[in-house]
Design a protein around this ligand. Sequence first.
Ligand SMILES: Cc1ncc(COP(=O)(O)O)c(C=O)c1O
Length: 389
Amino acid sequence: MELANRLTKLPPYLFVEINQKIADLQTKGKDIVNFGVGDPDLPTPSHIIERICQAARDPANHRYPETDGLLELRQAIAEWYERRFGITLNPAKEVLPLIGSKEGIGHIALCFVEPGDLTLVPDPGYPPFSLGTILAGGEPYSMPLREENDFLPDFGIIPDEVADKAKLMWLNYPNNPTGAIADLDFFEKAVHFAQQHHLAICHDAPYTEVAFDGYKPPSFMQIPEAKEVGVEFHSLSKTYHMTGWRIGMVVGNADIVNALFRVKSNLDSGIPQAIQYAAVEALRGSQEHIVEGNTVFQRRRDKLVKVLSEIGLKARIPKATFYIWAKIPRGYTSMDFTKELLNEVGIAVTPGTGYGKEGEGYIRFSLTISDDRLEEGVNRLSSWQGRSR
Ligand SMILES: Cc1ncc(COP(=O)(O)O)c(C=O)c1O
């Protein structure tokens, strides 16, 4: 048996090492407070679950779905975009439901990337942006996200020959892992950059509804020319606490949406229909739980940031996302520091380098653990006696 070469090009999966270490410690009976995974602990709202159960009993939903999803779902997505961002989308051509946004994010590289092609990816960044490119035979080119630029890429430092060669640029705001946000001016600059260099933009926006202090993150699609150059990925995972149900969407440029549809229609058979009906319910039904969820995450954010600052780990207070991107003390690598927290106080975090080399010097905390585990984690952190203390 000979596996394809492309597998050797995938970077080592850093999280495997950490997950193994967590499992080993747990086997030895150690209690670990896990701030690692960005998966809401809050349950899917009950009206959405009711809809899944009801739809699951209907034999019409037991059969193969269509790849492009129910028209009713595409309409509900378009209405949601109109209500939330004031954007008009054609549900027949500019909306495509996905089996979770990660699926579409991975597959879209197949629509753009020929072997040897470049794509521009944020560093640190959500790993599937570059992994999709690598699996398609292309090469991701890192756009550093640095604190001094508020974790926005500086388009001015991308060499013209790179930008001209690149097929696609990934952006993601509100941002995982840094918690940074972008305004419409930034999105406008991105659109002009894309027009100048004839590249497409994929904006990944699963965290627009996880926001605090009254802040309402914008959509990339609010820029009038955005539809000419790009698409936006969205997800019901974080907004409706539906990570386990696997449903998301891509919206925007009709040619790009259609290209992804063509790839997907040859690879998958769509989203189980009961889940599509649940998504319609989520998008059209009460949005009350979003406010409630954000109140919970905001309270957790404030508690965690306070203890981090007390123990000397600098972290910006994020206005959106449920991530805290904290600077580690001098003298450690992200991986060493992650291991130290795990071994010394039984706290699991994600090393910044799991998101690219620019993540060195940082760790990421996710606020998606229950209040009592967070409290336990905060107590353990305040007892941490690191080398530098
Ligand atoms: C930036 C980003 N994009 C996409 C996703 C994937 O979400 P989904 O559950 O829709 O696949 C995640 C999940 O953590 C994420 O952080």
